[in-house]
Design a protein. Structure first.
Length: 633
């Protein structure tokens, strides 16, 4: 019997009924209606795709994949349904996990099976010499596992005289609670063969993950290339690293000690020689469950914190506190002293929206009061054509309240964020400049913060970073009104231009070992809350007024980056940003021209997201997912 084809009017009516049933909360009836129609006409691609969407909305991914597959068979010349079927199959494999919430155990296992690079079952002979400073103990589980992973390795002599060392090769440092993947050193040799001879590294590190009690892999740590500030808060070399013996000999460094805690101090000593470090973006080592126990020992972590603080002071960093992170095992909280006797000019462009501006001004006032006796502050509101009486009344109230410490700079012209801020900077007096959007505020009592808390010391924390000699821009962790992250740093090169790291994740996420909860550096920080020294602002000529809305903050940070300055975020600087409430970002008439200008000026820089973003991770997703999982939700 020939299938009965639905004409366009009957199909439209059927789809309207399906939509109404969904809205009424009866998807089962909608499902039954679509299946009855498809039983009459299995070749109707529109109905098959509608069934796929209905099942996707219910999280029935395997069944949804079948619906989209039917649609794909019915429309072989078009690839939309085939892509949706492929996506639904992957969603089923990860048990419906949405990666914008972070990488789950199921999605990581799926990535391992489908996308992780294979190292090979048979071990090919090693071409270079790889040395262990000492065996982990003949017959021990670690020793047996090491031999299974790489085969026999020579052991370096335990003498402090570099003249007695092997003349060439690599020194392999492996934590007692770590296991190499089978073929790891062979993979390192292959990676080394791809590197330019003049850029061969002095030290190598890789990505890592953890093993649970059953030996199942979980919790990957996809690491960035070398970012010094990030390493200080989450040291990543002591699990597994390899060091060029000729370079160690040339630098007159001693062999690493046997004790793991003393070895951490040795690694910091090595870093003081400014080695060239190479990051291999592969998970080549696993931390065993014993590692978590070791990392949670208070005495061990305190010793490491003291060693790190001494290291930073030797580097010329005026850090006043290094302590174990209370929530992230193996990580550290760092704090620099707030400078005294400096002036800080807070510049706030605004157009009406007194309801946004008032909490912003109150937040700044409380922060300045918190720093009384250390920072002398002033507030400059750039009034860009306000017409509402409530705005004029608010500005008058604040003028009377703060007197000469409050200025209003009236500029009635089309909105140009760069020009407004440049004009205000020229009219300001402070040695530190803080550019702050009018929709940014500190909300200490806001409960939607994922275990993190906003406090009034945010301005002092930013100033402490801004006066560090090697720091350019200082940013903040910014939250949406719903408590998820709006800005955790800018990934230059994401989406072909730039985007905010960890956007939409909760503040207490564990992606990249909870990186946004730690002191870290980025290629840029958002202009919505950006502090910089006046001398540096003048050095690069301020913001480019040819970028009136989009891209001006990234362009500014990249120009400072060319001069060797880095851009940092102290995670204690946590604020709320009701982003774009005063304008519609999707109706921007300037975006296309701005992105074209940025690509023309920074084409090579925008082509990569390293060193700040892990090379193993997608450049099109801010949630930190590894490459290969781009099409998952």
């Amino acid at each position: 019997m020939e299938a009965e084809r639905l004409d366009s009017d009957r199909r439209r009516s059927l789809l309207a009924q399906v939509s109404a049933l969904q809205m009424a909360g009866t998807p089962e009836q909608a499902d039954r209606l679509l299946r009855q129609a498809l039983a009459q006409d299995p070749g109707d691609a529109v109905l098959a795709a509608a069934l796929g969407r209905l099942l996707s909305a219910q999280g029935r991914w395997r069944a949804a994949a079948e619906g989209f597959a039917l649609a794909a068979l019915a429309e072989p010349g078009r690839g939309g349904s085939a892509r949706l079927a492929w996506q639904a199959q992957h969603q089923a494999a990860v048990q419906g996990q949405q990666l914008r919430h972070g990488l789950s155990r199921a999605s990581y296992h799926h990535w391992i099976l489908q996308h992780e690079s294979r190292l090979g079952d048979s071990l090919i002979p090693l071409n270079q010499e790889w040395w262990l400073p000492h065996p982990p103990g003949d017959g021990s589980a670690a020793w047996v596992a090491l031999h299974a992973a790489v085969g026999s390795l020579p052991v370096a002599p335990q003498v402090q005289d570099p003249a007695a060392w092997p003349l060439q090769g690599w020194l392999v440092l492996l934590a007692p609670e770590a296991r190499l993947r089978r073929g790891a050193l062979q993979s390192l040799e292959h990676w080394l063969s791809t590197q330019p001879a003049e850029r061969l590294p002095h030290g190598i590190y890789t990505d890592e993950d953890r093993l649970d009690a059953a030996g199942e892999r979980l919790d990957p740590w996809f690491k960035p290339a070398w970012v010094e500030d990030s390493f200080w808060s989450t040291p990543w070399l002591d699990t597994f690293s390899c060091w060029n013996l000729a370079w160690l000999r040339h630098s007159r460094l001693p062999l690493p000690p046997l004790d793991p805690e003393a070895r951490f101090a040795w690694l910091l000593q090595v870093l003081e020689q400014s080695p060239r470090l190479g990051h291999v973006p592969q998970v080549l080592v696993h931390r065993t469950p014993e590692a978590a126990v070791a990392a949670s020992q208070p005495q061990r972590q305190q010793q490491r914190a003291q060693a790190l603080q001494i290291h930073l002071q030797r580097l010329g960093e005026a850090v006043e506190l290094v302590e174990p992170h209370p929530q992230l095992a193996g990580a550290f909280r760092l704090q620099w002293p707030v400078p005294a006797g400096l002036g800080c000019s807070v510049i706030v462009p605004s157009r009406d929206r007194a309801d946004l501006l008032e909490p912003c001004l109150r937040s700044v006032e409380r922060a300045l009061q918190r720093q009384a006796g250390r920072l002398e502050g002033e507030i400059l509101v750039v009034d860009n054509g306000s017409v509402e009486p409530a705005t004029a009344e608010l500005l008058e109230q604040w003028q009377q309240r703060l007197g000469e410490r409050f200025q209003v700079l009236r500029i009635d012209e089309p909105f140009n964020w760069s020009r407004l801020n440049n004009a205000a900077a020229a009219a300001s007096r402070g040695e530190l400049l803080l550019f702050l959007n009018n929709d940014v505020a500190c909300r200490p009592d806001d409960p939607q913060q994922g275990g993190c808390r906003q406090t009034d010391d945010w301005l002092g924390r930013m100033a402490a970073q801004a006066v560090r000699p090697r720091v350019g821009g200082v940013g903040a962790l910014l939250l949406y009104d719903d408590g998820t992250l709006q800005h955790g740093g800018v990934v230059v090169g994401m989406h072909g231009v730039a985007d905010h790291a960890y956007r939409y994740l909760p503040p207490d996420h564990t992606v990249h070992r909870g990186r946004s909860r730690c002191h870290t550096a980025w290629g840029a920080v958002t202009g919505g809350c950006l502090m910089v020294r006046r001398e540096l602002f003048a050095l690069v000529g301020g913001f480019d007024q040819g970028l009136p809305v989009e891209g001006n903050d990234v362009d500014f940070c990249l120009r400072l980056g060319l001069l060797g300055y880095r851009h940092v975020i102290d995670p204690a600087v946590l604020l709320t940003h009701s982003e774009s409430q005063s304008r519609d970002p999707h109706a921007s008439a300037t975006a296309e021209a701005a992105y074209g200008l940025m690509r023309g000026r920074w084409l090579a820089r925008l082509g990569v997201a390293t060193p700040w973003w892990p090379e193993a991770c997608s450049r099109d997703h801010a949630d930190g997912r590894p490459r290969g999982l781009e099409f998952l939700l």
